[in-house]
Ligand binder design. Structure first.
Ligand code: GRF
Length: 203
């Protein structure tokens, strides 16, 4: 499966996906890294894996047809959002229905939605007093963090956690769960039935 990764920031999840892609038997290749920022850390990381990078123009970020042109040029079959902070145009969501994954550093549907990204999420989790946070990988639909859930994993919140300490603990789990989810998509093992995603056994 030809995967494009979209990232706006440091790109540690992108790197976890690229590192997995070059290990033997992985059912996907990372054929493109897309970012909206010229200073994104993911650019340097992609270079280390010989993955081409496209820095999108304002038009390519906002216009579905323009973004689809970029994806077509690389024969992209699926997309993994990894800290991409822009909305995906609706035409792209429709063209790649059930083929776009996003990772969110909390247990959706809590602590998600507009403005809930980066440390904002972990600050809200710590302030709320919940004992458990976690990671959610979901399919992308037309909303913010609203698509069907593919995988979740819990991560404990310790009494004295700062948002930064919790973020680091959650990030370690993100790297594991995201590679697993992308593999499942590549193996055709995600069966979507409305809001529910069933993970099929290996044949
Ligand atoms: C991760 O916490 C991811 O869940 C969120 O943004 C962060 C990106 O981190 N959507 P990185 O750029 O992958 O290191």
């Amino acid at each position: 499966m030809r995967l494009a990764i979209f990232a706006s920031g440091g790109g540690s999840n992108a790197e976890a996906l690229m590192a997995m892609a070059i290990t033997r038997g992985t059912p996907y290749d990372v054929v493109l890294c897309i970012t909206n920022r010229t200073d994104a850390g993911v650019i340097e990381r992609a270079g280390r894996y010989d993955v081409p990078v496209e820095v999108l123009t304002a038009e390519q970020i906002a216009s579905g047809p323009a973004m689809l042109d970029v994806l077509k040029r690389y024969d992209v079959e699926a997309i993994a959002l990894a800290g991409y902070l822009k909305m995906i145009p609706v035409e792209v969501v429709q063209a790649f229905r059930h083929r776009i994954l996003n990772i969110h550093p909390a247990l959706l549907p809590s602590f998600g939605g507009h403005g809930m990204y980066g440390l904002n999420v972990h600050r809200a989790v710590v302030d709320s007093g919940v004992r458990w946070s976690g990671v959610t990988v979901h399919l992308v639909d037309e909303g913010y963090d609203t698509g069907p859930i593919v995988l979740q994993e819990v991560v404990p919140v310790e009494p004295d956690d700062s948002p930064e300490v919790l973020a680091a603990r959650v990030l370690r789990t993100e790297h594991m769960i995201y590679t697993t989810a992308v593999r499942l998509l590549a193996e055709g093992r995600l069966k979507v039935d409305g809001r529910k995603v069933r993970v099929l056994e290996r044949d």
